[in-house]
Design a protein around this ligand. Structure first.
Ligand code: Z5A
Ligand code: MG
Length: 252
């Protein structure tokens, strides 16, 4: 699943923003494209970055999201953590009930509910990004596709409802052998926390990765601080690129 067309015609709407404090300026091919056809005047739409953490259960996503938020906040870079499923909405409550085994739904229905849970937040997500806030997102479409495809649903069918959602600017995949993840706290309480199933999910995640430059495989067996330093180093240039006007893309 890739990143597609730019969202909205932003060229010409805003002037070139300055660099964010403490972040090195980087060159960006996308940034050059934004200026094309704009009468030669440089015009960019500064925005926040969409940084996604994906991985198996207990791979350390939430721990890394929290640390990245603290790091960016310390540097006065506006940022928020978003999490999927968002269990607070009406759809999210149905998902939460299903995950905690309080209700039953067939595989196709729960897949569409997970996607609907992203669609219901899409507009707000775009508004936050365009306001300049970087979103650190804990799971997204790739979890949706990997978990459902691991149950045997058709891969293309699983991808279809994700098309048109906002595409992440960087995806950090916290790679961990399922056996190691299973040894981390409280594994086994929710519906999908079974070793045999997590192995199938890991295979699906690995099929979804591509070389479009957004995916970064992170060794999740390293220490929490070392992983965090790696994520920080990779995130800052992405944040700067978005700040300089890299277009917002949608999922395709
Ligand atoms: N799901 C889906 O099917 N379709 C969808 O579209 C979406 C989701 C979005 C939601 O779970 C479930 O919904 C999930 C996928 C499915 N499947 N299940 N079950 P969730 O996101 O709410 O929770 P989770 O991701 O399964 O588990 P988690 O507990 O949130 O894991 P985590 O965030 O990756 O890990 P963590 O909380 O940061 O760390 C777990 C423990 O490991 C904790 O004790 C840490 O202190 C420890 N830890 C973390 N990093 C390290 C390192 N580096 N070394 C040692 N120990 C560590
Ligand atoms: Mg988590």
């Amino acid at each position: 699943m890739g990143a597609g067309r730019p969202l909205g015609a932003q060229a010409g709407q805003e002037s070139v923003p300055g660099s964010i404090p403490g972040v090195k300026r980087v060159a960006s091919a996308q940034r050059l494209e934004v200026g094309v056809g704009n009468g030669g005047s440089a015009a960019f739409s500064s925005r926040g970055a969409f940084i996604l953490l994906e991985g198996l259960d207990r791979s350390g996503k939430t721990s890394q999201c929290e640390r990245l938020l603290a790091f960016l906040t310390d540097r006065q870079i506006p940022a928020e953590i978003w999490r999927y499923p968002d269990r607070r909405t009406t759809v999210g409550k149905m998902i939460s009930s299903y995950l905690s085994k309080k209700s039953e739904l067939d595989d196709a229905t729960i897949h569409l509910l997970f996607a609907a849970n992203r669609w219901e937040k899409r507009e707000e997500m775009e508004a936050r990004l365009r306001s300049g806030c970087t979103l650190i997102v804990d799971r997204y479409s790739f979890s949706g596709i990997a978990f459902s495809a691991a149950k045997g649903l058709d891969l293309d069918w699983c991808k279809a409802p994700e098309v048109g959602l906002i595409a992440p600017d960087a995806i950090f995949y916290l790679q961990i052998p399922p056996e190691i993840a299973a040894g981390r706290g409280q594994y086994g309480e929710e519906r999908y926390e079974r070793l045999s199933f997590q192995k199938l999910v890991a295979k699906q995640f690995e099929n979804l990765m591509n070389d479009d430059g957004r995916w970064h495989v992170i060794d999740a067996q390293k220490g929490i601080d070392e992983i965090q330093r790696h994520i920080q180093e990779l995130s800052l240039p992405v944040i700067e690129r978005c700040h300089q006007g890299a277009p917002l893309l949608d999922m395709r």
